[in-house]
Structures are given as structure tokens and as C-alpha cells.
Write a protein that binds this ligand. Sequence first.
Ligand SMILES: Nc1nc2c(c(=O)[nH]1)N[C@H]1C(S)=C(S)[C@@H](COP(=O)(O)O)O[C@H]1N2
Ligand SMILES: [Mo]
Length: 429
Amino acid sequence: MPPRGAIPGPEPTRISRRTLIRAAAGAAAAGLVHTRADALERPVERGALQVGLEDAPQEVGRLPSELGSRAPGEELRRVIYRNRLSGGSLSPIHRLEGRITPADLHFERHHGGIPDIDPERYELLIHGMVERPTVFRLADLKRFPAESRIHFVECSGNGNGVYRRSGIPRELTAQMIDGLLSTSEWTGVALGTLLREVGVRPEATWFLAEGADSAHLARSVPIEKAWDDAMIVYAQNGEAIRPEQGYPARLLLPGWEGNSQVKWIRRIELTDRPVMTREETSKYTDPLKDGTARQFSFVMDAKSIITFPSYPYVLPERGWWEIRGLAWTGRGRITGVEVSADGGRTWQAAELQEPVQLRATTVFRHLWRWEGGEALLMSRATDETGYVQPTLAQLVEARGAGSTYHANHVRAWKVESDGQVFFGLGEVS
Ligand SMILES: Nc1nc2c(c(=O)[nH]1)N[C@H]1C(S)=C(S)[C@@H](COP(=O)(O)O)O[C@H]1N2
Ligand SMILES: [Mo]
């Protein structure tokens, strides 16, 4: 068991670094692992690891089942943030391990509810500035060479609740702050493959992607993205994508804002200019200080958040704790994450979980000794373009206070002297 804080209520897990070292030394002494036990602490006696047969279960357990379930007490839930047709739900990122989001916990954002689409009758039309306008059925899409890739999807509104200098509640979970982020292994066909099939005319520079939901969500996308890494995906973490994620097929634009990744995709029209839909004019633009607005701000900038320790975890005792979190960037790969325990005065490099992949979340970890006083934990991500996750002050300086999207500033967690952890951005700004 790795060290883990406890949510108030159940018995706290008490594992010190000393215990971990002892356990490792004990296992080594018993010949279970090849560790240099002498470099650790005095090994415990061999007998300590011997387990009597009477400890083995005496009764046969449950029989196999067709469908698995989560262990009792390990059930996880999304948080629905607006219980209307135009709503969403947040993924429990503070309760997940590793980078992959279980498909039933992938965040949701839809503007007109989830349509029921019959996969037998599903059609994707590609037309406009093409040589051969074509309708693809689901079976057609699956006949093309398939690709599987791990990518995050993040709503560009993710984290906008903490894009403020004051008035932010302390009792916020990472789920509530940044839960409009999820990562899956997506499988589908490269959009470039389909475009070669229909023959794109040279004057086409953009394409319009339109969904089959009642919102008719539509976005204009520069054609370069299609030749680069855009996909039409029909599977997620090994099975058909969920209705919430766009069943039977969605547009995947790795690293770009969630809104542009049209679900339930039914039409792609090649054009020589952006169409200026609602979602790229009145919505999903970023008002700036000087009265203008950023438009087509597709790329999700580098960002990170510590998921442990975070609210509502409680550190039961001082000592060694592993700070853990997620970092991601739409610009390419994460190259570094730094962690601070003193509110940004000093920073140390965290370890990145290999392999660090393109436009995918990366887990970072940093061993930290909590001396028992107050601490302000922060993380700061850098990506391969040299872009560094900004502070709130830097972001407000660059964009003004009126933006509601792309709030990727450094987040902070306040550890109180009694071990309670709260959202702590107000301490920083
Ligand atoms: N057709 C359609 N596509 C859509 C949406 C929608 O409402 N309709 N919502 C968009 C938004 S705002 C986001 S953030 C992502 C969310 O993807 P997810 O629900 O699979 O997490 O889908 C995008 N694609
Ligand atoms: Mo979104």
C-alpha cells in the first residue's frame, strides 16, 4: 500500500517512510525481493513474514461474473454541475490513480442532451470542397486502418471557477476545480485518411464539423489539424465510446479545447474559411483587457494540479508523503513539473511517470517531508515549447479578468498544522 491520506471519517492510513523501508528490508531478508537490505535499516527477522495456513480463507468466494464491479467502498462518482439538458459532470480526478480515466467516469459536457443514435443507421457525410462527396457508415469507418492513442480531453472552461483573486471557497476538491478533464485510449481512423479518400480540393483550408445532437454543435477547424493528428474515434479504453462521449463516433482533436471535439459527428464540410458558428463567436472566445477578443484559441496550454494531498484529504501525521498530481499540455509533451511546499518561494523538480506522451496527461510525484506546520503546496508545469504554467497574477495581467476559458494558472493547496488540506489560491495572489 502506498502512503495515502484519509478522507475524514474512516480510519486514517498510517504509513511512515520508516515503515516502508522496514517492509522492504523485511521482504529482502526473506528473499522475496533483491534489495540491498544492508543499505536500508536493520532487517526484521525472517519469521516475521511467515504466514500460517489458518490465515487462508476457508470458504469459496464469489463465482465469476459477466461484468465486473468496483470493490465496496471504492465506488466513484462524477459530480453533476448543472442538472439541466445543457449541463455537464466532473470526473473525480482526486480519487483516480495513473493517467487513464475509467470510461464511466469520463467528464461530460453537452449542450443539448445525449442523443440516442442507432449505429446501423449512423452516417458521416464529408462534402464541400472535395472531389467525391461521400457518406461513411460506422462499418465503413471501421474498415480503414485503425489507430489507438492516449490523449486527454479538457473543456476550455475547466478551472474557470478559480480564475478569481478572492471569494473562492476553501472546501473545493480537485474534481470540483478541474474535473472537466479526462484521459482515454481512443481508437479510430485518422481524419487525414478519410480526407484522402474523398479528395480535398486545393482551395480548402478549413473544415466545419457538425454534431447530430439537438444543439447542432458545430465548429470550424483549420485543415492542418486534419493532416496532423485529428481522428474520428469510435472506441475508448477498449470498447465502443460511450453515448456521453459521442457514440457512435466523435471528432478527436488531440490537445485542443474540448468544445472543438465534436461528438455524435454527422457532417464534415470542407471550406476556404471559418464558418463563424455560435460556438466560435458568441461562445469560446476570450475577451481581453483592450476590448478585443481571442478567437480560435484551440490549444490547451500547459497545466498541472496536485491531486494528493488535496481537499478533503487529511494528513494523519507528519513525515514523508508523496505529493501526486497530473500535468498536461496541448502543445506537445510535458518536460517538467516543479513542486513547491512554501507557496512558490522554492521549487523542486518532481518525477514524471514514463512514458511521457504527446498531448496526454502525465502523472508527477514528489516525496515531501511534512514537518507538521502550515504548508502551501503548488505545482508548475513546463512543456517542450518552453511554455511555463503561469501564476494567476500573470494570467490576469495577460488576459484581464473577463476571460472565462483557458484558466490554466498554478493551483495551491494549504496544509494546516492539524493536517487538514484546503484549496489555497487566495493565499497566493
Ligand atoms: N455534438 C456535440 N459535441 C460536443 C459538445 C456538444 O454539446 N455537442 N460539447 C463539447 C464540449 S463543450 C466539450 S468540453 C466536449 C466534452 O466531451 P466529453 O463530454 O466527451 O467529455 O465535447 C464537445 N463536443
Ligand atoms: Mo467545453
